[in-house]
Write a protein that binds this ligand. Structure first.
Ligand SMILES: Cc1cc2nc3c(=O)[nH]c(=O)nc-3n(C[C@H](O)[C@H](O)[C@H](O)COP(=O)(O)OP(=O)(O)OC[C@H]3O[C@@H](n4cnc5c(N)ncnc54)[C@H](O)[C@@H]3O)c2cc1C
Length: 448
């Protein structure tokens, strides 16, 4: 059993070689690629999923495990409502305990301004008839008992859920494999083969796969992959740190966030903790290229990001990362099998200090694991889920902007139908690729 956080030192569970051909090739074995593959198997389609490192080793195992409708962009809500149904069904179908529990999500407020923001979301919640409600100070103290301080109030959604990311996504991949998906780990997709403007294959490091249909679900690497084919998306990634405590007495069964601390009960009796506040953005060529598109996000939350002048070597937007390579030369994807940033020490100190301060009765906080993940973000904080008009047969689902785990199975179902030319059942206009080039103003979704 691989230990968390996953890395390239973990054994390969799905060895190659990849097949010579497939109806659909999926690039990327995170929650989006894996759940799309699962839904495609319902259509009697041969699916090959290639993953440069290990299944779920990047964002999809490193996230907090919140499955929330609360605080979502209005256009994502119908998809995440659908995703909640799929989570329940997939948890049953995979026959493994993925830690799915309906224990609610709560945002704690320090100020009237924050409460006013929550009231805005209540209007969206009402349209979609979800059970989100506002709590006053007393109700908040009653919901999460034992907090050392009082809050102005809170917003809470009891029907929101949690699951264990590093258990759930590998379990869903096993289900996909049992249903006939050919998964190949340690297998980077280097380039597409394009003939007369159409996808005709994928060149991987382990050879060619003939196909007319490709899904790019490459998380933080999608922009680099697309740029090689002349398609520009303003995707950047930011580093975010989290930690897991040893089992401890239960202070709250669900997930909650305050200004400086976020916590979520885990199935093993510990808590997954994260510092509130800002993310770290490494400046590289893409950060400068797309800076103007990120201005609205920067102005809305000037202290939301800290900056570092350069990413470590091999990161998607490092200064030294090659932007061009050929199908028969090593690509940046296989040079970095698993993007595994070190946790930020200051973030870990803040986690321990603020959790202890909020729940002093727990005594010292024993951390058993800590990690970082690179969150792939778009300037308007909502994903791209679309066909690429310039390359027929290519679909992109990326830029989940820090909230793609919960919505993952909903996006997976949508993308599987998009690939098959079926009715999708949701309006995807907001998630179109052309929004960054057709003169549309950036319309910010809820912050990361
Ligand atoms: C610290 C943290 C906390 C978060 N908390 C939450 C949360 O509580 N709730 C929530 O909903 N979301 C959360 N998220 C966001 C969520 O984890 C992501 O949005 C989601 O996992 C993205 O899934 P993905 O499949 O798009 O990308 P990823 O999980 O990043 O998967 C992409 C995969 O593609 C592979 N790949 C890339 N390029 C290639 C190539 N050329 N060839 C082969 N393989 C390739 C990569 O190796 C990677 O495994 C959090 C993220 C982080 C980092």
């Amino acid at each position: 059993m691989p230990t968390f956080p996953f890395s390239e030192a973990d054994p390969i569970q799905y060895p190659g070689p990849p097949p010579k051909s497939a109806d659909v090739v999926i690039v990327g074995g995170g929650i989006i690629g894996v759940t799309t593959a699962l839904f495609l198997t319902r259509g009697n389609i041969s699916v090959t999923l290639v993953e440069k490192g290990r299944i779920a080793a990047e964002q999809s195992s490193r996230n907090w495990g919140w499955i929330r409708k609360q605080g979502r962009d209005a256009d994502e809500l119908p998809i995440v409502i659908e995703a909640s149904r799929h989570w329940r069904q997939l948890a049953e179908e995979c026959g493994e305990d993925i830690g799915l529990n309906q224990t609610g999500v709560t945002y704690l407020a320090n100020s009237d301004r924050e409460m006013a923001g929550y009231e805005e979301f209540m209007k969206v919640a009402a349209v979609h008839e979800i059970d989100t409600r506002l709590l006053d100070a007393q109700e908040t103290a009653g919901l999460i008992k034992g907090m050392s301080r009082s809050f102005k109030g809170a917003m809470t959604t009891p029907s929101d859920m949690r699951a264990e990311p590093w258990v759930a996504v590998p379990a869903l991949a096993r289900l996909a494999a049992r249903k006939g998906v050919k998964i190949v780990e340690n297998c980077a997709a280097r380039t597409l083969e394009i003939s007369a403007g159409r996808v005709s294959g994928v060149w991987t490091e382990a050879g060619h796969i003939e196909t007319s249909s490709v899904l790019l679900a490459g998380g933080a690497w999608s922009s680099l992959f697309l740029r090689r084919h002349g398609v520009s998306i303003p995707q950047l990634s930011v580093r975010s740190t989290a930690a897991a405590t040893e089992p401890m007495p239960e202070i709250h069964a669900g997930a909650a966030a305050a200004e400086h601390i976020a916590f979520r009960r885990r199935q093993d009796g510990g808590y997954t903790l994260a510092p509130g506040g800002s993310h770290l953005l490494y400046l590289g060529p893409d950060a400068f290229r797309h800076a103007m598109k990120y201005l609205p996000a920067l102005m809305a939350n000037p202290f939301g990001s800290r900056y570092s002048p350069a990413a470590p070597a091999g990161y998607p937007d490092s200064w030294s990362t090659p932007r061009h390579w050929t199908p028969d030369s090593q690509s940046p994807f296989e040079r970095m099998r698993v993007l595994n940033p070190a946790p930020e020490r200051s973030g870990l100190r803040s986690i321990e200090r603020n959790f202890k301060r909020l729940f002093p009765q727990l005594g010292s906080v024993r951390i058993k694991a800590s990690w970082s993940g690179m969150i792939d973000a778009m300037p308007d904080v909502v994903p791209v889920v679309d066909r690429v008009q310039a390359i027929s047969g290519l679909v992109v689902a990326t830029g989940m902007s820090g909230h793609g785990f919960g919505i993952g199975p909903g996006i997976g179902r949508v993308v599987a139908d998009m690939i098959q030319g079926n009715k999708i059942g949701h309006d995807l206009t907001r998630f179109r690729l052309s929004r960054f080039s057709d003169g549309s103003a950036i319309r910010l979704g809820p912050a990361l």
